[in-house]
Every structure is written in structure tokens, then in C-alpha cells.
Design a protein around this ligand. Structure first.
Ligand code: GLN
Length: 466
């Protein structure tokens, strides 16, 4: 079985390596910041924790599976006492007062946080160029973008700077950079992992998501972070996903894919032909494949952005330099708010705040916001019907390969359209995983709500099939 977590665990237990040496080696690599993935290094904390793990091992004590495993954290998660900047000027001096539930659970399991990772500011973007820390460079080709918004996290995993990283996925921000850097990235069912302490972007689709190099590592980290949390009322109690339960693909009988995603001018010819070749390989394994009808990409993208902008405009209204943020004093309070926000939010974030407030304003909200909500319900209904028929829906992660650094900034609309295949599953609150196979930017495996286990199971099947 392929798992860095199990391998490192064994090496630590066998005393082949020390945790301090392992952590130091990764910190040294991260310090060079070659791909602009690092917003802040947590070196003192990490080395302290590593020394404790080494002391335990030297004492002959057993350690848990995640104990001593180094990981990265997208810079939108609160970790008490660390800077949590959301890659923004507004919060560049903000220190977290508490720790996010998902991160706390990993810390309680003994995992070692190394780094707060670069990302698109407040999760706004698909390329990790909307950041004050410099554009994240792709792990495979540094002239290309790292993807976004969790670009730093995906690149760190791809380059082995972290064993796993925790991204955040509102409309594709874990899945798309995972695809751009050839690693695994999971967006679990909405509510499976607590969002408490994850800076809110669009609350109705925000999800905590692990990025790693194997399905097994995704499974381990998902299990640790999942569960009901009184601090997030959308969370639910889930059962642990067992290693054996996902090892065989029996009872996966029928797979669907959206015809209009594939028969579309916007898709890259190679992504299309690779995807269709994968479908043939699945059929050859006697799994039935059905082409499904779905909403047009433009409808998905506009519904998602309408709702995401409305929600982010509301969520970010608290950042006015009073309780949070880099306050810029002006002549009076109102001016102070205006100048603080105008100077400290990026162009992209301002575009979304203005758009979102427009969507919510009197005279527009019925026509735009309520229509968006209505479409979201229709999209969810469509998924419910599809999953009465098929077990899994398979799709490419993106229509195209990663753009060159600089290109997305010139054309935000084209950037929004690059989210065409990921945002629908977010609106449906479904579990969906990027695997680094099948097309140049991977494949996306989606199941019905709460069926995260089936997603991992099918991923294991695909690993051996294509
Ligand atoms: N690219 C999408 C957006 O900009 C998704 C971002 C995310 O999931 N945080 O909204």
C-alpha cells in the first residue's frame, strides 16, 4: 500500500530517522521558498513538537500514526498565536486568537504543523496569483500557475515539502490545484469536517479538504478531522472510513459523466480524448457507463459566483479595521472604513465585494440572489436524481491545463470559467476527489452526499485500472 504516513511512521518507530531531522529537512526546503508557497514558517513550534516525539520514542513509548508527521496549513486557518493573513494586506499583521477545530484535531493526534501556506487572498481565485506573497509557481513547471486558491498547499505536497496539507475548498480550491500539481485533493461532503476557525468565504459551500500523495493518506487525515462540532452547526456525525472498506470496488456498478462537459468547445482536445479513453477502460472492467444531462457550464459558473460573491460580501463586511485588520485612519469613522477597505483589499476581492453587494441590494436581490438560490436547489435535485441511477459521477477537474503566470490576472472572466467542472459539485455539497490520473489535470470522482467512502473506493479501483 502506498502511504507516506505509514512509511514515515515505521521509520520513526524503527529509529531509522528522528522526527527532528525529518522536520528540519522539510523546514530547510520550505525556507528557500522556491515556489512562493510559504507565508510563514512555524519552525520554533515544529521543532519543539518534534523533540517531544523523539523523546517519546527514545523512552520506548509507542506513538500514534500521525504523531510526528509534518503537514502544511493554508493561510486561512486559525492556529493560535500564528499569523493568519489570508494572503491579504488587510490581515498581514493579524494573529489568531484560537485554533480551528480541524487543525486542533490534527495537533491532538500529534501531527506537526510546519507552514502557513500561500493562497489566493480570502480564497478568491483559481491561480494563487491574488496574493501579497507573490504568485505560487506550479510544482511541475514553474512558469505556470500553482492553481488556486489552495495553490501553496498543493505545490508543497507535490514537492514533498509537506507530507500532507490542509486546503479549503469553496468552489474547487482543493481539487483544482491538486489537479494542476498531480496530487490527490478531497472536498468532503459539506459538514463532515467543522469549518470553525476556517476564515469564511462562502459559508454555504466552504469545506475543509486534505491534499496528499496517496488515497490512504487522504483517508487517514479525513478520519481524524471529521465529526460533529458544537461550534459549527452544519457538522454531522460520520463513521470512520475503514481501510478494508475501500480496498475493493465491488458494488460499484454504474458510472455517469456529464455529456455537455465533454462535448464542448471550451475543453482542451487532449483533456477530452484522455477522459474518453478512461471511460473506455472503465467499461472494459464491466462497469456500466451512462452519459448524463446536466446544466450548462455557464449556468453553473454564474450560479456559483452569484452566491459566492453575495456570501463573501457579507462575511468580509466585518473586516473594517476596527476589530480586525490593518486600520488606516482618515478624517472620520466612515472615511476610515472606506480607506481601510479600499487600500487593503485586492482588486479581485473588491470586484467580488462590489458584485456581491449588488446581488444582495434592494431591487436586485429578487432577480439575482433568489434566482441563484433557486438554481442551486435545481442543481441539487438533479444530483439526487442522478445518484438514484449511477454510483459515481466522473469528470475532468478542469477544461484546460494550467495557464502561464500572469494570464489569469488579465482576464478574470476566463478564470471564472476555468471553474466550470468543480463548482457544480460544491453547490450540491457533494464529496468529490481529484486523482492525479486520466487527464493532464486529473480526474474528479464524485458520489452522493455523505458517501465519501465510495469516492475513495472508486479512486482505489481507478488506480489499478488506468
Ligand atoms: N476559484 C473559485 C473562486 O474563486 C473557488 C475558490 C475556492 O474554492 N476557495 O471562487
Amino acid at each position: 500500500m502506498n502511504s507516506q504516513i505509514h512509511n514515515i511512521h515505521q521509520q520513526l518507530m524503527n529509529k531509522d530517522i528522528t522526527c527532528t531531522a525529518l522536520v528540519q529537512e522539510k523546514l530547510d526546503l520550505l525556507k528557500q521558498n522556491i515556489n512562493n508557497t510559504v507565508n510563514a514558517l512555524l519552525d520554533t513550534l515544529a521543532l519543539d513538537l518534534a523533540a517531544k516525539v523523539d523523546a517519546k520514542i527514545a523512552n520506548g513509548e509507542t506513538i500514534g500514526l500521525l504523531e510526528g508527521i509534518p503537514f502544511g496549513i493554508k493561510d486561512v486557518y486559525m492556529v493560535q498565536g500564528t499569523y493568519t493573513t489570508a494572503s491579504s494586506d488587510l490581515l498581514k499583521n493579524y494573529k489568531s486568537a484560537y485554533t480551528a477545530t480541524a487543525i486542533q484535531k490534527l495537533l491532538d493526534a500529534g501531527a506537526i504543523p510546519l507552514v502557513k501556506e500561500n493562497c489566493d487572498s480570502f480564497g478568491h481565485g483559481s491561480s494563487s496569483e491574488n496574493t501579497i506573497f507573490g504568485a505560487v509557481k506550479n510544482a511541475v513547471n514553474p512558469d505556470l500557475v500553482g492553481g488556486g486558491s489552495s495553490g501553496g498547499s498543493a505545490v508543497n505536497v507535490a514537492k514533498d515539502y509537506t507530507v500532507f496539507s490542509i486546503g479549503g475548498d469553496t468552489g474547487g480550491s482543493v481539487r483544482q490545484p491538486a489537479g494542476y500539481n498531480n496530487v490527490y485533493g478531497l472536498k468532503p461532503t459539506y459538514g463532515r469536517i467543522s469549518r470553525f476557525g476556517l476564515m469564511a468565504y462562502a459559508s454555504s459551500t466552504d469545506c475543509v479538504g486534505p491534499i496528499a500523495k496517496s488515497i490512504e493518506d487522504i483517508r487517514i487525515v479525513l478520519n481524524v478531522m471529521s465529526g460533529k462540532d458544537v461550534k459549527d452547526q452544519t457538522t454531522y456525525t460520520s463513521t470512520e472510513i475503514d481501510q478494508d472498506a475501500i480496498s475493493s470496488s465491488e458494488n460499484i456498478k454504474k458510472v455517469g459523466y456529464f455529456k455537455n462537459f465533454i462535448e464542448n468547445d471550451a475543453i482542451d482536445a487532449e483533456v477530452k480524448s484522455n477522459f474518453l479513453a478512461t471511460i473506455e477502460k472503465i467499461k472494459a472492467k464491466r462497469i456500466e457507463v451512462k452519459a448524463l444531462d446536466f446544466f450548462e457550464s455557464e449556468t453553473l459558473v454564474s450560479t456559483y459566483y452569484t452566491l459566492a460573491m453575495a456570501e463573501t460580501a457579507s462575511n468580509l463586511s466585518r473586516l473594517d479595521g476596527t476589530n480586525y485588520g490593518n486600520r488606516i485612519e482618515a478624517d472620520n469613522l466612515k472615511e476610515t472604513y472606506a480607506v481601510t477597505r479600499s487600500e487593503n483589499f485586492s482588486e479581485e476581492s473588491k470586484r467580488r465585494i462590489v458584485g456581491g453587494n449588488q446581488v444582495l441590494s434592494q431591487g436586485f436581490s429578487d432577480e439575482i440572489y433568489l434566482k441563484g438560490l433557486n438554481l442551486r436547489d435545481q442543481i441539487s435535485k438533479n444530483f439526487e436524481n442522478d445518484f438514484k441511477d449511477v454510483d459515481i459521477i466522473l469528470s475532468p477537474v478542469t477544461p484546460n491545463t494550467p495557464p502561464k503566470i500572469g494570464d489569469s490576472l488579465k482576464d478574470p472572466h476566463a478564470m471564472y470559467l476555468s471553474d466550470a467542472y468543480t463548482v457544480g459539485f460544491s453547490l450540491g455539497q457533494l464529496p468529490t476527489l481529484t486523482v492525479p490520473q486520466g487527464t493532464a489535470t486529473g480526474l474528479q470522482i464524485t458520489a452522493a452526499k455523505h458517501n465519501d467512502e465510495l469516492v475513495l473506493k472508486f479512486a482505489n479501483f481507478l488506480k489499478d485500472t488506468i
